[in-house]
Ligand binder design. Sequence first.
Ligand code: ZN
Length: 340
Amino acid sequence: MEFKIIGAESTFLHPGKGFMPEKVRFEVRKDPLTGRTGHYSHFGAIKPQKLDLEHYKKPEIKGFCPFCLDKRDVATPKFTADVYPEGRPAKGEATLIPNLFPYDVYSAVMIMADDHVVPLEHLNNKRLHDAFTLGIDFLKRVKTLDPSLPYHLMTWNYMPPSGGGLVHPHQQYFATQCPGNQFTDELTASAQFYQMHGVDYWSLLVERERDSGQRYVANIGASHWLIPFVCLGILGDVMCIFPDVYSIEEFGERHINDLVVGLRKVFEYYQAEGIMSLNASLLFGAEGQRYFPCHLRVSARTFLNMRDFAPDLNFFQAILGEPVSVTMPEDLCKDVRRFF
Ligand SMILES: [Zn+2]
């Protein structure tokens, strides 16, 4: 397991410093598992932008929201009886519906709350717990219904900077044979690592990161929280690994509890930093393997500015498939750890 850093400096004559020579450092890091690279540059140049949540509540801005209670019954689909005889299963405020625009054969949307606008601090333990419990139940159910779809995912766009089309908080849950390039690269490399070394990469990563302490945030029950060596988001990521869970049926009540407790702490960090939007994914490998444990990635998102709403993704991610982060993982770790 190699944590490879290619670092260098660029020199130019700085206009703000009387055109004296200025050296600015950047880094390219190589993910120890997949070999995929990520750039670290632009340090401190991008600040999370404050979203006006009250604005999203205004009728002329809100427009038509199928997830709001006054529209939900007529505007959202229901499951067929073989999946959920009750049509739209619910737990507390969490309500699960089929995705009108499915990603795969079994593709669901979790409406997480009754309210249209829910700030991070109101994504409380109960709301998160109910949503994850119902979503995990769905994934377990579809695994039984169709075992030929081996991979199970929870994905989440929260608030407009994340790409979420609706402000009303919702997640996606689906089973698939095609879980995306990042998942597939991680999975393939994990299988190769296991074959070569006879040990699961992710458990070894937890051990290595815990020993070094540089990117290890905390342990909560069965979960280990850390900052990835190569982050995908511009403001960095937080990752959570469950080394004892290899597939969806092994994810139980205690794992949901650990997940919710940790996520709440990440959200407390976000609130302190003014971060108001995120992407997240919870990934499950196929049944039977012992090399790809369940893990969560949370990636902070923001607009670059509120003047023209420039997104925080550009040619790097869109064309080169290369993540760029403006925060070093080791610095991010120190900041996040204070909330755990
Ligand atoms: Zn709504």
